[in-house]
Structures are given as structure tokens and as C-alpha cells.
Design a protein around this ligand. Structure first.
Ligand code: 13P
Length: 258
């Protein structure tokens, strides 16, 4: 069975002292659920090291929201997977904000994915269609292109270090989450696509849903068979809400799935 994973993407929020204080609060609050649910928080890069140290010895892991693909060199403003290796656990790539606001291409994301995996980071690859693509009925086509391009050349043995986050762009930060059925159906499509590179291992890859996850809808989303967790934005910034989402995940696990 796939262990659920709740990831908090803090995006560009908090000062370093605020982030550190919040991480320490999560360390206390999430302790009761650590046996059931994997939790990763993704603070801004400037506070990642400090927070990783503050969380040492507890079950919460840390992730970077982005990284380049080179190990080192004249790339002003960039951080590399090599710098994260050994102490940072996860790397998020392909978030729609990176694709849209920073013009990241499928080809670049493929290079980032390979660099992350080469340095043994657990890579979460985000995919998802825009509102325009959704309205035009192009979801399957877009997801297929994004997945195939990003995963090009990934080896079978690397499948266990990979998760996918399905984040419909129209659901991000809008308060309008996808319906559980729609999310489940698209995530089923994603799992099907994973079979071509990974065969039977596709069934072990976690697929997370992201886009307006809240304590109120977490349960109905997580009850779906293809939804293995959540990538949470806005609600991950509020300690009470994030904890309640983790709690709801633990509760779903303890009750039969639909
Ligand atoms: P919201 O939860 O704020 O919709 O953001 C989702 C997201 O982008 C997580 O990566």
C-alpha cells in the first residue's frame, strides 16, 4: 500500500525567523500522526537549511520548491540539487507557477528531474492543465505531454524516488478545488501513463492532488483510491489548517476507502 504524503508548499512566504518558529510548532503538532502520514514542508530556499536542522530527529522532512540542473557554475541566483543532497529530502519541480511565471519548459524540467534524481532527492513532479485547456477538453493531452517530456530517460530503478502532483492550474489559490471524482479520474490517467516507463512499479508511485486543499475537503479527496496525498499551498501557511489536513489524512487511513 502507498503511504500517504502531505506536502506543504510555502511558496514565497515568511521571513526566516517566522518560518523557523512555524516549523518548530509543526514539529510539536504533527508528532501524533507521524506513524501514519509522511509530511514534507517546502520553505523558501533561504531558510531551508535552518529548518532542516530544526527538524532533525523528527519525522517531518523538508523539500526545495525548485532547483537548477547544473551542479555548480556561473548561474547567478540559482541553487543546485548537489547543494541540497544529503540533508534536504525532496525537490519539487514543474509547479505551474514556475512553468507560467518563469517560463520553464518541459525540456528544462526534464533536466531538473534528472539532476534531482542523480543526487538522490525525492522528486515531486507537478503537472496540470490551465483553465483554457480544461475548457477545451485538452486535459489528457496536456498531462500526457508534460509527463512524457519530464520523465524522458528516467530509469526503472529511479521510480521509487519519484512522486507526481496533479495540480489543475484553475484550482490553485482559487478556493475551487477539483471534485474528488474528477481529480481521481485524471490521476488514474496519470497512473496509466506511468506504466509505460515503469511497468508494475507504477502502482508504487505516489500521486498527490494539489489545488485549494483545505481541512474541509481533504477527507473527500483523500478517500479516492488514486489520491495518495496532497500538495497544499495556502492552507499549509496556517498551522492549524495544515495540521487538520494531516489529521484528516490519518483518519481516512483508519477507515475503509471508497
Ligand atoms: P493552494 O493550496 O493555495 O491552492 O495552492 C496549491 C499549490 O499550488 C501547491 O503547490
Amino acid at each position: 500500500m502507498r503511504r500517504p504524503l502531505i506536502a506543504g508548499n510555502w511558496k514565497m512566504h515568511f521571513t526566516v525567523p517566522e518560518g523557523l518558529e512555524y516549523a518548530l510548532q509543526l514539529r510539536r503538532d504533527l508528532e501524533p500522526y507521524s506513524a501514519l502520514v509522511d509530511v514534507v514542508i517546502m520553505p523558501p530556499a533561504v531558510m531551508l537549511w535552518e529548518i532542516a536542522n530544526a527538524l532533525r530527529g523528527c519525522a517531518i522532512e523538508v523539500g526545495a520548491q525548485n532547483a537548477g540542473w547544473e551542479d555548480q557554475g556561473p548561474f547567478t541566483g540559482e541553487i543546485s540539487p548537489k547543494m541540497l543532497a544529503g540533508w534536504c529530502h525532496y525537490l519539487l519541480i514543474g509547479h505551474s507557477e514556475r512553468r507560467q511565471l518563469f517560463n520553464e519548459t518541459d525540456e528544462e524540467l526534464n533536466r531538473k528531474l534528472h539532476a534531482g534524481l542523480r543526487h538522490r532527492l525525492k522528486v515531486i513532479l507537478a503537472v496540470g492543465e490551465t483553465l483554457e485547456e480544461y475548457d477545451a477538453g485538452r486535459t489528457a493531452e496536456v498531462i500526457t505531454r508534460q509527463l512524457n517530456a519530464a520523465l524522458y530517460g528516467v530509469e526503472l530503478r529511479q521510480a521509487t524516488d519519484l512522486s507526481i502532483a496533479y495540480e489543475p492550474v484553475w484550482a490553485i489559490g482559487t478556493g475551487k478545488a477539483a471534485t474528488p471524482d474528477y481529480a481521481n479520474e485524471t490521476m488514474g490517467l496519470i497512473r496509466g501513463l506511468l506504466q509505460s516507463p515503469f511497468g508494475a512499479l507504477a502502482s508504487q508511485i505516489r500521486i498527490l492532488y494539489g489545488g485549494s486543499v483545505t481541512p474541509a475537503n481533504a477527507r473527500s479527496l483523500l478517500e479516492q483510491p488514486e489520491i495518495d496525498g496532497g500538495l497544499v499551498g495556502g492552507a499549509s501557511l496556517k498551522p492549524g489548517e495544515f495540521t487538520r489536513i494531516v489529521q484528516a489524512t490519518a483518519e481516512v487511513l483508519q477507515s475503509p476507502r471508497v
